[in-house]
Design a protein around this ligand. Structure first.
Ligand code: NDP
Length: 316
């Protein structure tokens, strides 16, 4: 383990839209940010195909390509981008204190400000067929990818608010949406349940589990099983959406930063400030409601501006 820690004014953890946007702002403010990319460089967008809802790309852009553009823009202003992962964090509780961050289990960096942009990971069912058809009909974001299934039949798995919201979204584009709920009732709020129950082109199958997503190159349907009577059947569909929750990547900060029961970081409303001075929460790591690239980018900007103001207010 290296012994002399490097000291910097701004460390950004994560390389999705929130992290890169924070980097662009922090670098332009001469904070000389260092970014630790995380294992999935570029974040969740690198697992999507076409992105059509990010302003500024009127013809759409491939997710991985868009993240390359974000990266280039962050580098243009001098962000020091390092491939690696943060393995431990010892955050200071003092104003102006040094936050001790361990990278790749070996290198220690001490940072005056830390912008957390570690994102969230969509949960999947864990089926081999689901993995194989990811990006070829399987998606965990109807708002991002639903449009590609306009006029086609779709399946959505889950019974929470997200699944209901996404089923409603899909029902406006697709002639038929089949919702697969594993239990005998949904977990979603009553109002969201009522909305899907009262939408004629959404069919809800309770007590239903997915055995396999069908299709060679693209999704053609799903083989399902009724958990009560054991009956198996096939639902034809071209899109298979999974909406069974997300897990924010915040385990590193447990016990140090305030978070909700799922792990979403808590920030002072309207800011990116966490309960610790000099630590800022941005992107999906603190957002369970919107989870869009553009909202993550906006909150990354907030993180950098909050960090800049925090540094400016420290005694010199
Ligand atoms: P939730 O954790 O609330 O719901 C997850 C759903 O997926 C549950 O129905 C659960 O079933 C099901 N599920 C979990 N694992 C599996 C599995 N392996 N196979 C099949 N089904 C599975 O997640 P959401 O993303 O829906 O919501 C997260 C939070 O965000 C909630 O607090 C929600 O209220 C909030 N939210 C609010 C919105 C709004 O107000 N407009 C919109 C979206 C989210 P089971 O119930 O059987 O465990």
């Amino acid at each position: 383990m290296s012994t002399t820690p490097e000291r910097i004014s701004c460390l950004i953890i994560g390389s999705g839209p929130a992290g890169y946007t924070a980097a662009i702002y922090a670098a332009r403010a001469d904070m000389k940010p260092v970014m630790i990319t995380g294992m999935e460089m570029g974040g969740q967008l690198t697992t999507t195909t076409e992105v059509e809802n990010f302003p500024g790309y009127p013809d759409g852009i491939q997710g991985p390509e868009m993240m390359e553009e974000f990266k280039k823009q962050a580098e243009r202003f001098g962000t020091d981008i390092r491939i690696g992962y943060v393995s431990a964090a010892e955050l200071s509780t003092e104003v102006g204190g040094w936050h001790k961050i361990t990278v790749d289990d070996s290198k220690i960096i001490e940072a005056r400000t830390v912008i957390i942009a570690t994102g969230a990971s969509a949960k999947y069912l864990g089926l081999e067929s689901e993995k194989r058809l990811m990006g070829h009909g399987v998606s965990a974001c109807a708002v991002c990818d639903g449009f590609f299934f306009k006029g086609q039949e779709t399946i959505i798995v889950g019974g929470g608010d997200s699944a209901c919201e996404e089923a409603s979204y899909l029902s406006k584009l697709c002639p038929k949406v089949t919702m697969l709920v594993r239990g005998d009732q949904m977990r979603a709020s009553k109002i969201m349940q009522d909305r899907v129950i009262n939408t004629p082109n959404i069919e809800i199958l309770y007590n239903t589990e997915t055995l396999e997503v069908l299709g060679d190159d693209t999704v053609t349907g799903a083989r399902i099983r009724n958990r009560v009577n054991g009956e198996e059947s096939v639902v034809p569909a071209q899109g298979f959406f999974v909406a069974i929750g997300h897990k924010p990547n915040t385990d590193l900060f447990k016990g140090q930063l305030e978070m909700d029961e799922v792990g979403y970081l808590k920030a002072v409303p309207g800011t990116s400030k966490t309960n610790l001075p000099g630590v800022f929460a941005t992107g999906d790591a603190q957002d369970k409601h919107y989870r869009q690239a553009v909202t993550a980018a906006g909150s990354g900007c907030m993180g950098a501006l909050d960090a800049e103001r925090y540094l400016a207010a420290l005694p010199h």
